[in-house]
Design a protein around this ligand. Structure first.
Ligand code: SAM
Length: 368
């Protein structure tokens, strides 16, 4: 039976915003922006930008159909940050040390004119690693344009190679072959190295772990196996549905022996492993069983212009207000400095059965 979500709860999915804090900083006295660290000494390195809260998939662990149905109040167009607003904010983040920008959502390829935004972001600093996470449905058509606009790489979500399992997980009956075509198109366009995200949910797709490893060994693509997380408030998360990173590594290692690899940089999300026989590497994202909050250097910009400093937050800092009230670039940077300096979150380190039930914003809105 369809779940009826009261309107008040839907507001929780977006989260209240700390408008007053961001506004006070944006229009307040100048802060020193030369050495920005949070309360735990963490610096800014990554920015994830959610460009739409809509998606053409209804993955059961992310946007379950009974919640995100026909009547779900997605953001109206006027609430979305414009490309110019996103670029202004991103530029300030880069001034504060961000070296990697990921476009996400929702499904970022659904945002009309996304290539124009990519070109605008690519122009900020050619050395910033500019990437995008997609379900791959529109990739075969768009890969070349994305590359030409200045996108460097893509991450494609792919939960199974088995068509029936894949269709059941995306819950819109989307065939896996189309995503595989998209991955090939991305490779042909040079959006490499390609990463493939597989969320592993017990009882659904743990049987797809070894086939995924087998298929992409030696391809140059890096499969990243992700523990099912308690993001948002709608996916009915339970610990016993988490296939742990240790189990995932053990399963692959029995078939294709693995050894660890040093991280590329402090704060990298995936734990890296390589095949002993030289057939490439995989990543494992263990945000449930091996929290990596200590090194978390990520900020998130939601579709409607709130800054979140944790994926599991329930409050964001509104920048759309100040942006539309004529804040200066210095004021905007000031707001980001203030937001980052007050950051203390470490949700994954303190996760308990009680915290799982806390209101949290949805991943489709904050950006996965
Ligand atoms: N629509 C795009 C896509 O499918 O990749 C981008 C947005 S999606 C929210 C980003 C990533 O988050 C995907 O790889 C998805 O599998 C992952 N994700 C969503 N819900 C998750 C959950 N509960 N646990 C772990 N990963 C999740």
């Amino acid at each position: 039976m369809a779940k009826v979500i009261p309107v008040a709860d839907l507001r929780v999915h977006r989260g209240p915003s700390l408008d007053a804090f961001a506004r006070a900083a944006a229009f307040g006295p100048a802060l020193d922006a030369s050495d920005v660290a949070d309360l735990r000494g963490r610096r800014l390195h990554d920015l994830r930008i959610s460009v739409t809260d809509r998606c053409n998939f209804r993955c059961v662990y992310c946007m379950p159909k009974d919640v995100f149905g026909r009547d779900y109040p997605f953001l109206p167009h006027g609430e979305l940050l414009t490309f110019e607003e996103i670029t202004r904010v991103a530029r300030r983040f880069v001034e504060l040390g961000v070296r990697k920008i990921r476009l996400t959502g929702g499904e970022p390829l659904l945002r009309r004119g996304i290539e124009r935004l990519i070109a605008m972001l690519a122009a900020i600093d050619p050395d910033v690693d500019l990437t995008l996470t997609t379900n791959g449905a529109g990739l075969a058509r768009k890969a070349r344009e994305l590359k030409d606009a200045g996108l460097k790489r893509v991450t494609v979500s792919l939960d199974s190679l088995d068509d029936a399992t894949f269709r059941a997980m995306n819950d819109v009956d989307f065939p896996v072959d189309k995503v595989l075509e998209g991955i090939d198109a991305a490779a042909a366009a040079g959006l490499a190295p390609i990463k493939l995200n597989m969320v592993v949910k017990r009882g659904m797709n743990e049987g797809s772990i070894v086939p995924m490893a087998r298929r992409f060994r030696g391809s140059g693509h890096v499969v990243r196996f992700i523990e099912f997380m308690d993001v948002g408030a709608t996916n009915g998360w339970r610990m016993d549905e988490v296939v742990t990173a240790a189990e995932i590594v053990g399963t692959i290692d029995r078939e294709f022996p693995l050894e660890t690899v040093e991280p590329n940089y402090t704060g990298e999300v995936a734990e890296r492993w390589r095949y002993v026989d030289g057939a490439g590497e995989i990543g494992v994202i263990a945000s449930v069983t091996q929290a990596f909050c200590r090194d978390c250097t990520r900020a998130r910009l939601s579709t409607d212009g709130k800054v979140y400093t944790c994926l599991f937050a329930d409050e964001g800092f509104d920048l759309k207000g100040p942006l539309r009230e004529g804040v200066t670039d210095d004021g905007l940077r000031n707001a980001l400095v203030a937001i980052w300096r007050q950051r203390a979150d470490r949700y994954s380190e303190i996760r308990t059965a009680a915290t799982v039930r806390r209101p949290k914003v949805e991943m489709s809105y904050i950006g996965g």
